[in-house]
Structure formats: C-alpha cells, structure tokens
Unconditional design. Structure first.
Length: 216
C-alpha cells in the first residue's frame, strides 16, 4: 500500500518505492487509540516524570497504539499539576517513535468511597466547583473525566465538563440503574473499566434493583 499525508492512498501500487517493506501477509489496521492506561515500562503518568512519560509513549507505539490519553489517579492538585505540565510538553514536542498524546483522562477524585478500588481514599470526595475549576483552568488538555455520577449533585460537574467539550464517564460508582439512566440524560456518555468498581444488582426490601452494570 502507499501512504500519502498519513492516509492510505492506494493498495498494491504499480511501482513499489525503493523503501517498500514486505509485510509477509500481515493485516494492516489504523493505529489504535489508548484511552485509559495509567502507565507501563515502570512508569506512571501521575509520577510527573517526563522521561517516564516518553517511555510509556514508546511502548504504546510498539504495541500499535499511535495515540493515547494517559489516565491520572485520585491525588492532590500539586502532584497532578506536574503531570499536566508533562502532558503539554509531550503534546507540543511529539517525540520520535512515540504515540501521540491527544489529551488527559482524569480519573477521580469524585468517586464512591465504597467503590474506590485502587484509588487513594484520602482524596475521594464530592465535586467542588472551586476545585474542579482550578483543574480545568490549569490545563486545556483534559479530554475525558471519570466520576461517580451519584456524587455529581444536580449534574453541575457534568455540565461544566460538557460545556468545555470534555467527555464525561461514569466510574467507581454506587449508582443504580435509575441513577445511571438519569446521568446519561445529563451528559454522561461512557463508562470507565466497565464491570470493575461499579454496582450490580442489589436486594432492597425484598426487591432486586438493577445497578450501573445493568444500565451499561
């Protein structure tokens, strides 16, 4: 095949270029997009280490993921601020042989404590406009934010995100099916690590109530 301006222009062109590579029958697909990964290669996005972030990006590229949105953890602002700066630097520099950083996936801190999973319980809390506006004003690179919708009172947080074009995802949630359906009507469009750290069917006063998993 021939690639022009990053797109497949022709398959089996009449004249193969001198630098053509024989793929020996391999299947060629578009580059994959990694939307939820905290790290690899002994590095984590939240470490705030630029060289570690580059190592992550090189590994993604080797695995066929040509774009990625590194995921944060439930951590203090000053820790995440360093990670934000590294993300901006990588997006601007686009280092060679690395997957392209397309934005940041914020995971937390607005989760259900009962579904915290690997998140640090010291920082799990309700959305606070003063706090999340600080996050939003610190970087323009956030493209997705995972949150427990039952902690988003009046869906003010989701509204603030969608107004900026940020995808809102349900995660680490104790929401039941009814709450999830309501969240979907108020800006929630995805579910992060589906099945993991989210409520399933529960028994309430003799009745079985569907959970977030069934809603998904």
């Amino acid at each position: 095949f021939e690639v022009v301006d990053g797109k497949f222009a022709s398959v089996l062109p009449e004249n193969f270029p001198a630098d053509a590579i024989d793929l020996n029958g391999a299947t060629v697909i578009p580059g994959l997009v990694e939307v939820h990964s905290h790290g690899n290669s002994a590095a984590d996005f939240s470490d705030g280490d630029y060289e570690g972030l580059k190592a992550m990006a090189k590994f993604y590229a080797q695995c066929g993921a040509t774009s990625f949105a590194p995921a944060s953890m439930t951590l203090p602002y000053d820790v995440l601020e360093k990670a934000f700066a590294n993300a901006r630097r990588m997006a601007e520099e686009k280092p060679a042989k690395c997957a392209v950083l397309r934005g940041i996936h914020m995971e937390g801190p607005y989760f259900a404590l009962s579904q915290k999973g690997a998140q640090d319980p010291r920082y799990v809390r309700d959305p606070d406009p003063e706090e999340y506006e600080r996050f939003l004003n610190a970087t323009d690179d956030i493209v997705r934010w995972s949150v427990a919708p039952e902690r988003d009172k009046g869906y003010e947080f989701a509204k603030a995100l969608t107004a900026r074009g940020i995808s809102v995802a349900a995660a680490h949630t104790d929401a039941n099916c009814k709450q999830m359906m309501e969240a979907a009507e108020n800006g929630y469009t995805h579910m992060t690590h589906f099945y993991s750290c989210m409520k399933s069917v529960e028994r309430v006063n003799g009745m079985r109530i569907a959970g977030a998993i069934e809603a998904g």
